[in-house]
Design a protein around this ligand. Structure first.
Ligand SMILES: Cc1cc2nc3c(=O)[nH]c(=O)nc-3n(C[C@H](O)[C@H](O)[C@H](O)COP(=O)(O)OP(=O)(O)OC[C@H]3O[C@@H](n4cnc5c(N)ncnc54)[C@H](O)[C@@H]3O)c2cc1C
Length: 343
């Protein structure tokens, strides 16, 4: 019997988890290893600012799949382990602690990392941001009814955290330099509706003003804005965005094997011979894009790129056609949907 193809997936988020499960189900000629630096099974982040934060959804409901499903499919889980080096020439990854793992195919699904807060005073106690289940738990522990919170940033996460904390009975003030929440993505009309919705639920909005510094003793006590407002608080939650976690992909790129995906989430066949970028860490390009290509960060992208592409990339048999097409929403053979080739 032929030795199974060794597929290593780096990144145990939604994209990595889905990829591993999909490969386990469809690619019977592969042995899959999933390496993730978080200690948990792959989980979905959307509840962290919504039901999980409000205490209405247990963490188990956010799991991409229960542990038994990975076991059933023979997927090796290496959780709480970080990959620190890639060597594409010898097809090896090195983990923290110096363990080395060989692969035939590598999928990088390292997602995003929190953007660092650069305001003076951001290192005080009581200043939180939100990416992981532990972050959400910290905010939940601070979120007692009647406490005052300042939410920095009114993107999706800032809006959701503001709404959740207000629902829990906190006194919420949210600040953003833009004239309305989410105005850049949704336009002024919808952004205006969202602003009114927040106000009608008692969220104080400070718009058109940015954060200058965070003041207090050991703990944060107030946010001082650029225009000099002083927003007294018991704690702060920042939702100021993420940066793609592309350190490993860059290593591949410097080795001449760039992980590039187009707007349609296509990637070049040569790349697929042993590297396929998935998830939020992927660069997407459009024919019209100038300068830095845009990145598309959402649950949908993380979910759909990986439920389809890796199987097509590695399977030597014709893959099943039961997945949902990211282009049309209808089922069609994997190969028809993604211009990919097996090596
Ligand atoms: C609070 C919150 C709410 C959200 N709500 C929504 C929503 O309502 N709708 C929506 O569309 N999107 C939402 N999103 C965004 C959505 O969750 C992301 O788009 C999705 O999680 C991306 O999945 P991913 O697997 O690409 O990346 P990630 O979730 O970032 O996972 C990548 C994983 O790789 C690991 N990793 C990174 N580097 C290494 C390494 N070197 N070695 C090993 N492991 C590594 C990371 O620790 C991480 O676990 C939300 C995000 C957050 C934080």
């Amino acid at each position: 019997m032929d030795k199974p193809l060794s597929v290593v997936i780096v990144g145990g988020g939604l994209a990595g988890g889905n990829a591993a499960l999909e490969l386990g189900r469809l690619a019977h000629d592969a042995h899959v290893t999933l390496i993730g630096s978080e200690a948990h099974l792959p989980y979905q982040r959307p509840p962290l600012s919504k039901g999980f934060l409000r205490g209405t959804e247990p963490f188990d409901d956010a799991l991409v799949a229960p542990r038994t499903e990975y076991e059933r499919l023979g997927i090796d889980l290496m959780l709480g382990r970080k990959v620190v080096r890639l060597d594409p020439d010898s097809r090896r990854v090195r983990l923290e602690g110096d363990e080395v793992l060989a692969y035939d195919r590598l999928l990088i699904a390292t997602g995003g990392r929190k953007r660092q807060m650069r305001f003076p005073g951001a290192d005080r106690d009581g200043v939180f941001d939100l990416r992981t289940v532990e972050d959400s738990e910290r905010i939940k522990a601070a979120a007692r009814a009647g406490r005052r919170v300042v939410v920095i940033g009114l993107g999706f996460i800032g809006c959701e955290v503001s709404a959740s904390l207000r629902t829990l009975g906190l006194d919420v003030t949210a600040i953003d330099p833009a004239p309305a929440p989410l105005v850049r993505v949704l336009g002024p009309e919808v952004a205006g509706v969202i602003a009114e919705l927040h106000r009608s639920h008692g969220v104080q909005l400070v718009l058109g003003d940015g954060v200058d510094r965070l003041e207090g003793g050991e703990r944060v006590e107030r946010v001082v804005t650029r225009s000099g407002r002083q927003l007294e608080c018991d704690f702060v939650v920042a939702g100021i965005g993420i940066d793609p976690e592309v350190d490993l992909s860059r290593l591949m790129s410097t080795a001449g094997r760039a992980c590039l995906m187009s707007m349609r989430l296509e990637t070049s066949p040569s790349t697929l011979t042993h590297c396929l970028g998935a998830s939020e860490s992927s660069t997407t390009t459009t024919p019209k894009s100038k300068g830095a290509p845009p990145r598309h960060r959402s649950w949908t992208v993380a979910c759909r790129t990986t439920t389809c592409t890796p199987s097509g990339a590695i399977s030597s048999t014709r893959p099943s056609n039961t997945s949902v097409s990211p282009r049309s929403g209808t089922a069609s053979p994997l190969r028809d949907r993604f211009r990919i080739e097996t090596s």
